[in-house]
Design a protein around this ligand. Sequence first.
Ligand SMILES: [Zn+2]
Ligand SMILES: [Zn+2]
Length: 310
Amino acid sequence: MEIKFNNPFGVEGNWFKGNLHTHTKNSDGTLPPEDTVAQYKEAGYHFLALTDHCKLTKVEGNHGVLLIPGEELHCGITEAKTNFHLLGFDLKQEIVYSGDEVVVLKKKWWEVHPQEMIDLVKSQGGEINLAHPYWSALTTNDIFSCKGYIGTEVFNTSCHPSVDKAYSMTYWDNMLAAGRNVYGFAVDDAHNHFNDHRWNDACGSWIMVKSKKLALRDIMDSIKKGLFYASWGPEIKDVKINGNSLYVATSLVKTISFISFNGYGEMFSALKKEPLKEAEYKIHGKEKYIRIQCADTQGRMAWSNAIFLE
Ligand SMILES: [Zn+2]
Ligand SMILES: [Zn+2]
């Protein structure tokens, strides 16, 4: 049995907090771009992607946050007749939409197959995340109709207080079970929309990236290697593989789960009064993949990327 895992806890570097999905007044967000960046700086984020719909938002000057150029790209038609939202980041140039048209492809945006959009972004050195698969009502056929996306949103803050569709774990597990090593991202999709029965969607979730330094190429290199975990609350403090066991240490939580293929894996719950802060899982060898997720007493969760067994 060979274990494949780029363990962020096993490499040198520092932890940097970031959000890769954010809207501003340039599309359907509330705040101007500069104010949005300042908001994330204030909340302790180190990097941020402004990803307005079908538009690359640029901010002049240094606002104390590393900005990753991004754009939320609408394309295709899903089985349920919704559209794909692909989160393009580390873009080198804008994918320009003019009216209904994706200019460089000379097609209506809904006539652009998601694979064509993924290939376009990757050809310029960018990456794609599958945005909010649950909210988009994607089917299994939809998620396997294209490949090459580096990750999927496993948690989307905005989809939580708006329509209670924040979690997309099942989609992610479908990908992992099929042998696709796709990473899990927690993102805000912040619009700064809120009201008297809806909390704000800004600064609510993040990824923690282990990187040598806070610079675009270093952060992107680490993301490409999967050297991060995702959270909207708990901290993952350590992950270790000791022979045939997988160990995790966390902040105080109520459950720690080792999620795996089929009926493999195991959940550890704090049945006594004391919360959990670590767990160890004995690897059987038939799991195909194992990822760690935990939940605190308020239900907030964190997710590691998956280790693969071969
Ligand atoms: Zn979207
Ligand atoms: Zn969005």
